[in-house]
Write a protein that binds this ligand. Structure first.
Ligand code: ZN
Length: 55
């Protein structure tokens, strides 16, 4: 079922794209987090793609 609501779609895309990924365990963390919540590693990369890049 496609999402027709523009605002809901925007929120969903942000939830999907804006987070940090741990280098060590690959865990997903909130964008505001400094350390991984799984292994507490400081090495995290930012998953921060532009909205609308795909599709
Ligand atoms: Zn980790």
């Amino acid at each position: 079922m496609p999402i027709t609501d523009a605002i809901k779609k925007q929120i969903a895309q942000q939830r999907r794209l804006f987070y940090k990924i741990c280098f060590k365990c690959g865990g997903r963390n909130p964008i505001s987090s400094e350390r991984c919540r799984k292994c507490r590693s400081h090495s995290m990369r930012l998953k921060n793609r532009n909205i609308g890049a795909k599709k």
